[in-house]
Design a protein around this ligand. Structure first.
Ligand code: VNL
Length: 390
């Protein structure tokens, strides 16, 4: 009877804190990376996986004496799949950290699992403000839409844009972008002629763009998730909206570096606000872009790649701080307050919010050596997620 109680207690401890027990047994440190590797958000998965593998190639697969193992799973960006995979990774694989999360619904689906199992969840892509509030075990290395949108709302009215129509994907990050852009734009004296929302899955932009053409605002503000920008840009051009004098502005998701170079001249001069451009002129970024392209058949890294690369850094540094021992709470504590130079510029993980604080850049698409780039021309330093001040 006594022995059974002991075994039960041990099993219980193993479930609650698989980390330190695994460490004592010399087991590998497992990172369960759940990403959309197929389906509509596949480019996000491809970018983040490539960046995570680059991080490991550059920094080794042993941290504080502990072997690190990356387990990549494809959730096809369906939140039910994300939840099922996260459960499997925690219960069967006993992963030390969950990471990835291509879209907001995926992150939200996994948040309760992170909390119940005390497993850190490093969000590398999803960008709705409220995600970090869904679990005390969530740490984010991507960005938030309020963070990226407000810079554009300050820039536009000073640059001849008095009326806008907004066009956003109809879910968390789109609704955040719409709210934080329009509130600030109106505060700055601008006028919002209409707010349009398109479905996330299989969007048809044509009827929305026709409506914008009829309303003829100075600019169309767009948020669509990474991977959908090229379709918007193409139809914007085909309808002659640019020629009709309507400017395209938005967060940098729409001029995503993964697709930008294939968008053609319609993308030229498009101004966006965002936290990362592959053209960011720092030595750290040049090194990152070169190494990434070399390892991935010349694929240009986008902001998703940087979220994945920095996410791996945050995990490695936290594991080091625990001396290789790990443990859910100790790892989250080790992630809080980290400050480092990312390829995007200086980054800080706010200890209070577990969210990323970073520079937001204004960028304009320009052609250089025959290629299209988001060229930064202004920077707003140390931007915290405005969504956290509610
Ligand atoms: C999200 C936000 C996804 C921004 C994105 O691309 C993006 C999200 C896949 O929170 O779902 O660019």
């Amino acid at each position: 009877m006594k022995k059974r109680t002991l075994i039960q207690a041990a099993a219980c401890t193993a479930l609650l804190s698989a980390g330190p027990l695994a460490w004592a047994q010399g087991a590998p440190f497992k990172i369960g990376l759940i990403l959309p590797m197929t389906g509509q958000q596949a480019t996000t998965g491809r970018q983040i996986e490539a960046a995570a593998r680059l991080w490991v190639a550059q920094n080794g697969d042993t941290v504080a004496g502990r072997k690190v193992e990356l387990i990549v799973k494809d959730d096809t960006s369906l939140p039910d799949q994300t939840r099922r995979l996260a459960q499997e990774l925690v219960v069967n694989e006993k992963v030390d950290v969950l990471a990835g999360m291509g879209i907001t619904p995926s992150a939200m689906a996994v948040a309760p699992i992170a909390t119940q199992s005390k497993t850190p969840l490093v969000v590398m892509a999803a960008a709705t403000s409220s995600i970090t509030e869904a679990s005390p075990f969530i740490v984010r290395t991507s960005f938030t839409l309020p963070q990226a949108s407000v810079g554009m709302a300050d820039w536009a009215p000073k640059n001849g844009i008095k009326t806008v129509v907004t066009l956003v994907s109809d879910y968390g990050p789109g609704i955040d972008a719409e709210k934080y852009f329009t509130d600030r734009f109106v505060f700055n004296g601008g006028k919002v002629a209409d707010k349009l929302r398109v479905p996330l899955r299989n969007p048809d932009f044509a009827p929305f763009l026709q409506k914008v053409r009829d309303l003829k605002p100075d600019a169309l503000f767009v948020f669509v998730p990474s991977g959908a920008g090229a379709a918007v840009m193409k139809q914007f051009g085909e309808r002659g909206m640019d020629k009709a004098g309507i400017k395209l502005i938005g967060t940098g998701d729409v001029t995503d570096d993964d697709q930008l170079n294939d968008m053609g001249d319609v993308a030229l001069n498009v101004v966006t606000s965002h936290h990362y451009s592959a053209a960011h002129p720092s030595p750290a970024n040049k090194k990152f872009v070169e190494a990434f392209q070399k390892a991935n058949k010349n694929l240009r890294p986008n902001f998703m790649a940087v979220g994945g690369y920095d996410g791996m850094r945050v995990i490695y540094e936290a594991l080091k701080k625990t001396g290789g021992k790990g443990g859910g709470q100790a790892l989250v504590d080790g992630m809080k307050g980290q400050i480092f130079e990312s390829p995007r510029g200086p980054v800080f993980i706010d200890a209070q919010t577990r969210d990323v604080v970073q520079t937001i850049y204004l960028r304009k698409v320009e052609k250089k050596d025959g290629q299209l780039w988001n060229v930064e021309f202004d920077a707003i330093k140390d931007v915290k997620d405005p969504g956290k001040a509610r």
